[in-house]
Design a protein around this ligand. Structure first.
Ligand code: BF8
Length: 638
């Protein structure tokens, strides 16, 4: 395939060509080499639950239609899907647990972080029903951290963050379906238990289990992480930054942060500033920290750190020959990075004891040792500056301006400048009037199976053109940032109604206009999108399922995005996927997830109010989503 077929990012195209010249393989090459995917795997009909198998069901009714134990395609597909969603949820709940422990250690004076947002901490404590009056802020932080840790241990009742946030009507529906989680670790163990050989064999019950995991993911993973990170690192506000590989600076020590959990990334940024003189002493002009994937989002949202690229092209920064160190933590980090860096001078540094990669250096991170580890990372970068091979250096020059930092709080602040007494009114009025047709959250990944950034960008443009307000997180937001959609440049793609609203709100805030798409953060920050949707639903007096809103993940890669999708779905919010999850081998499972309530009684649409929409063409997908939005508008506003 030509590079134009692999990615629309011209800088990445240049790096793929360079890698080929230099005999280095990237994910794009490996994707072509893998070729057509295994049909059984794609359809979800391969069962590896026991040593009597693996068994696989032949599609189309030919050959064996059950495994050795008698499991049917419906049962096999449902169990595999539940397991995949559990695998997607685990990283989020572990993320949240680690942040909660960091807050606890910070409160106890054992970890070198601050409580950057005491107001948010107090607000959370009060909503959790904890006493705050007369307490030192550290004491409140400790109480909140301990309450957060109950999300992983309490045996009965409701997840604390769920109880604190959920809409009562939605909660009642979940109670009726018996899918209220009490503790995230238990949910994970139960999920694995129910899919083991000889356990849950009821496909519909298994799919209800998927929704239960989605709820767990949203409240014990996403909400908990975002809330406690805001307490520790500050709630994001409007920042201006830059995108694309051109953010790598020829004359500076370049250090990349990559992964997800912000504890190390935040400290690397801090120590890069503090150790600037040491970089100058080796002949560099300074230290330039940039990000990849969701670590990028965390430090972009709070500190305006620039972003080089997203998941599919994470090897590209190394190929520039100008990156001294890449500090990684966990999730979405390709194990190929140290192999690629063999041919360049980049030092890939892993930091967690349960996430090592052969060929990488390893500096073990704990919150207590955060300063020490971050200094070591930055000093490794400085030490590697002199090891550059000028012959191999090539930095694609393109840079694009972008705005980020649109936390729910920031959005409400911006709206307050339009209507101080009733900030949500202008937004709701414009939705009612049709200037804004609806809201779509463009979330998730890039995936070498899809031309990088293309589906994300085309989907966004088509939605904007039809006056759909777009908010974004994760690597999707990065795709949009690279192509000017996170700035007012993107207004040219917006329909008139949306353009007017974005301009009016922007001008009320001293900007030319708001960006065409609002960047709301990392993948755990999908909680922010949920908060915004809940606020709108509460304002109108309905549930999330009744609103003209949807989620879309055109270039989905990681099962984490499926867990987030299940979270949206449990709230009755449609989820568009550009790549079909492995459920096609079961008509029943496919129907439950993608069918409309009018067509089948027992669907997520019927039970929850939202469904999965599969469409790989982004323009087609935008129109399917728009039709559903129109349908929900008609039901809501008549
Ligand atoms: O959590 S969007 S490729 S980096 S999984 Fe991974 Fe997907 Fe990127 Fe962030 Ni989310």
């Amino acid at each position: 395939l030509s590079v134009e077929d692999l990615t629309i990012d011209t800088g990445v195209q240049q790096m793929i060509l360079k890698s080929r010249d230099e005999g280095v393989k990237t994910a794009f090459d490996r994707n072509s080499e893998i070729g057509a995917r295994c049909t059984f795997g794609e359809l979800g009909v391969c069962c590896k639950r026991c040593l009597a198998g693996p068994c696989r069901i032949l599609p189309g009714g030919k050959g064996p239609q059950t495994g050795v134990c008698g499991a049917t395609a419906d049962q096999i597909v449902a169990r595999n899907f539940l397991e995949m969603v559990a695998q997607g949820m685990a990283p989020h709940i572990e993320h949240a647990r680690e942040v909660a422990l960091t807050l606890l250690e910070t409160a106890e004076g054992k970890a070198p972080y601050e409580i950057k947002n005491p107001e948010k901490l107090i607000n959370i404590a009060s909503r959790l029903g904890l006493t705050v009056d007369g307490k030192e802020i550290e004491e409140v932080a400790k109480d909140v951290a301990l309450k957060a840790l109950e999300s992983f241990q309490q045996q009965y009742g409701i997840l604390p963050w769920l109880e604190m946030n959920a809409n009562q009507k939605t909660l009642a529906r979940w109670k009726e379906l018996n899918i209220i989680p009490a503790n995230a670790h238990q949910e994970l163990t139960v999920a694995i238990n129910r899919v083991t050989m000889g356990s849950d064999a009821d496909p519909v019950n298994l799919l209800l289990g998927v929704m239960r995991l989605g709820i767990t993911d949203g409240y014990a993973g996403l909400h908990l992480s975002t809330d406690l990170q805001d307490v520790l690192f500050g709630t994001p506000g409007l920042v201006k930054s830059k995108y694309r590989l051109g953010v790598i600076k020829e004359k500076m020590v370049n250090i990349s942060v990559h992964g997800h959990i912000p504890m190390l990334a935040d400290k690397v940024v801090e120590w890069a500033e503090k150790l600037e003189d040491e970089a100058k002493a080796v002949g560099a002009e300074g230290i330039n920290v940039f990000g990849i994937c969701c670590s990028a989002n965390e430090v972009l949202m709070r500190k305006g750190i620039p972003v080089a690229t997203n998941f599919a092209s994470q090897e590209a920064p190394i190929l520039t020959g100008a990156v001294e160190a890449m500090a990684v933590d966990i999730q979405c980090v390709m194990p190929s990075l140290p192999t690629v860096s063999n041919d360049y001078h980049t030092e890939v540094i892993t930091s967690l004891p349960y996430s090592k990669i052969p060929g990488a250096s390893h500096i073990e991170f704990t919150p207590a040792k955060a300063d020490e580890v971050a200094q070591a990372v930055v000093r490794k970068g400085i030490a590697n500056f002199g090891k550059r091979d000028p012959e191999k250096m090539q930095i694609p020059p393109e840079i694009v301006d972008a705005y980020a930092g649109f936390s729910t709080e920031q959005i409400v602040e911006a709206l307050k400048n339009v209507n101080p007494e009733d900030p949500l009114k202008p937004l709701v009025d414009n939705i009612k009037a049709g200037n804004i047709l609806g809201v779509v959250a463009l979330v998730g990944c890039t995936n070498p199976r899809v031309k990088q950034d293309w589906a994300n960008v085309e989907m966004a443009k088509e939605l904007l053109k039809h006056n759909v307000m777009v908010v974004a997180t994760g690597c999707s937001a990065h795709s949009l940032g690279k192509f000017g959609l996170l700035s007012s440049e993107g207004l040219e793609y917006c329909g008139d109604g949306l353009k007017q609203v974005l301009t009016a709100v922007g001008q009320a805030n001293g900007m030319e206009a708001l960006p065409s798409v609002l960047h709301m953060g990392s993948c755990v920050d999908n909680s922010r999108i949920a908060d915004l949707v809940s606020a709108l639903a509460d304002y109108i007096g309905v549930e999330a399922k009744d609103l003209p809103v949807a989620g879309s993940t055109p270039e989905i890669m990681n099962p984490k995005a499926l867990a987030i999708g299940a979270y949206f779905l449990a709230h009755g919010v449609d989820v568009h996927v550009g790549i079909m999850p492995p459920i096609g081998g079961s008509e029943l499972v496919t129907n439950v997830l993608t069918g409309s309530k009018e067509e089948h009684e027992l669907t997520t649409d019927g039970l929850f109010g939202g469904k999965v929409i599969y469409e790989k063409d982004p323009i087609e997908a935008a129109h399917v989503v728009i039709e559903r939005i129109k349908q929900k508008r008609a039901e809501l506003f008549g």
